[in-house]
Write a protein that binds this ligand. Structure first.
Ligand SMILES: CC(=O)N[C@H]1[C@@H](OP(=O)(O)OP(=O)(O)OC[C@H]2O[C@@H](n3ccc(=O)[nH]c3=O)[C@H](O)[C@@H]2O)O[C@H](CO)[C@@H](O)[C@@H]1O
Ligand SMILES: C=C(OP(=O)(O)O)C(=O)O
Length: 435
């Protein structure tokens, strides 16, 4: 387990460019399996989860060519279906959440697929019903083998159907879209997730010859086609990384410019941080955050205490609530952070409390943060990163704190943030990686 040793209390300054989006990359990489032709992907982030998925594609027989630091070419011509079920496949596929999206494309192209229970953050129950009910509606047979923890799906042919998803699951929607692209006839997906990740996936699939309309909404129509061809696709900047950098700048009083953010795809994210009192300027496609001694949380119009809650897109993404929470610890004012989707994602607040933050964990989903308004600095401690976003929140807290902190298990952070220590050190942070 690697650790970060962080010396806090330094203001950062300079420019930082976000990586390509992690959660988009996981969908897009799975989609290369839909065609035997060449697919070129740009702005691929160099992060653990993405690298693991690329390795898994290679093991499955995809020809992987690295064209440059951020570009790859994939050719999924001869797929080794006998790799399924091997010890190596089980180990690798079970280690990340994104592997679940191998199912849709494999089912579409080869009529069968299997996957062990996928990994990802331990942030509460993460059910997969939406995926399998969707596949079943398209005509697939589903089996969960309890002994081996394996999901199997099988279909001699997929037929278009009307599918009302029981929840707007992000990976579930991506999986059903990919399975439906080459199904016979028309598929309607209602209550579809519509995150920019999904919009980007649809854009890519349409450029491969798929016929998907309604993109950006929760009602998608897919006209099945015989086959899909190659394409070139460029990933959007990672909106979660951008939100993390906004929070980092405010918390550490830093003057930072976040370059090429893809502003039109950030939805409600900038406004949510503004409600915490964080000032920012949009300069073309960059976000400039000035150094701020203090920031004050707004109240609701009727004067009541602000609540920041997650919601499915175009609401506020749950992946940024941990960042909001940590930033609020040094704001002036009070905010209720309500994590509606995941039931174990707020438990990391005990570490912030140990650092001196004033937080009441009301229940597993809600925490009230009483901002310290910089009257008292957080103090460095030793802690372990429980999940990817809590990990970065703790890193932000440590960078703002007095003294030295140690964060263990930073592999969690490396899952989704590209060379974060090096990139932040280039802005003046003091982060040492200890292997
Ligand atoms: C690899 C990847 O892309 N991971 C993201 C994806 O995970 P993932 O696709 O696994 O998450 P889902 O969208 O399926 O759902 C997340 C959780 O929210 C609950 N839920 C979902 C929809 C809904 O309408 N109501 C509801 O309560 C689900 O039961 C589940 O517990 O989306 C999550 C929700 O944005 C993000 O946190 C993850 O970073
Ligand atoms: C929860 C997340 O990731 P995953 O779904 O890969 O666990 C996340 O990116 O915040």
């Amino acid at each position: 387990m690697a650790s970060f040793r962080i010396t806090g209390g330094t203001k950062l300054s300079g420019e930082i460019t976000p990586q390509g989006a992690k959660n988009e990359a996981l969908q897009i990489l799975c989609a290369v399996l839909l065609t035997p032709e060449k697919v070129t992907i740009n702005k691929v982030p160099d992060i653990r989860d993405v690298n693991k998925l690329i390795e898994l594609l290679g093991d499955l027989g995809v020809i992987v060519k690295k064209l440059s630091a951020e570009s790859y070419e994939f050719t999924a011509k001869d797929i080794k279906l006998d790799f399924f079920g091997t010890e190596e496949y089980t180990k690798k596929a079970a280690s990340l959440r994104g592997s679940i999206m191998l199912l849709g494309p494999l089912l579409a192209r080869f009529g069968k697929a299997m996957i062990p229970k996928p990994g990802g953050d331990k942030i509460g129950r993460r059910r997969l019903d939406t995926h399998f009910i969707g596949f079943e509606k398209l005509g697939a047979k589903f089996l969960f083998e309890q002994k081996s923890n394996y999901y199997h799906i099988d279909a001699s042919e997929l037929k278009g159907a009307y599918i009302h998803l029981d929840e707007a699951s992000v990976t579930g929607t991506a999986n059903v879209i990919m399975a439906a692209c080459m199904a016979e006839g028309k598929t309607t997906i209602y209550n579809a997730a519509c995150e920019p990740y999904i919009q980007q996936l649809c854009k890519m699939l349409n450029s491969m010859g798929a016929k998907i309309t309604g993109v950006g909404s929760n009602l998608l129509y897919i006209e099945g086609v015989e086959a899909l061809s190659g394409c070139e696709h460029t990933m959007l900047p990672d909106m979660i990384e951008i939100g993390s950098f906004i929070g980092l700048a405010a918390m550490t009083k830093s003057e930072i410019t976040i370059k090429n953010v893809g502003l039109e795809h950030l939805g409600i994210i900038p406004d949510t941080f503004k409600r915490l009192g964080i000032k920012m300027e949009f300069r073309g496609d960059d976000i400039y955050i000035p150094s701020q001694e203090n920031y004050e949380i707004e109240s609701f119009i009727d004067g009541s205490i602000m609540t920041i809650a997650d919601a499915i897109w175009p609401g506020f993404t749950p992946d940024l609530l941990s960042i909001v929470l940590v930033v609020a610890t040094q704001a002036k004012g009070t905010v209720l952070v309500h994590q509606k989707m995941f039931e174990s994602r707020l438990f990391f607040v005990d570490k912030l409390i140990d650092m001196g933050a004033q937080i009441i964990l009301c229940d597993p989903h809600r925490a009230t943060v009483i901002g310290l308004d910089r009257q008292i600095n957080l103090r460095g401690i030793s802690m372990t990163s429980p999940d990817i976003r809590a990990g970065v929140s703790l890193l932000i807290a440590a960078l703002s704190a007095d003294g030295e902190s140690t964060i263990h298990n930073v592999e969690q952070i490396d899952r989704g943030y590209q060379h974060i220590d090096k990139r932040l050190n280039a802005l003046g942070a003091k982060i040492e990686r200890i292997d």
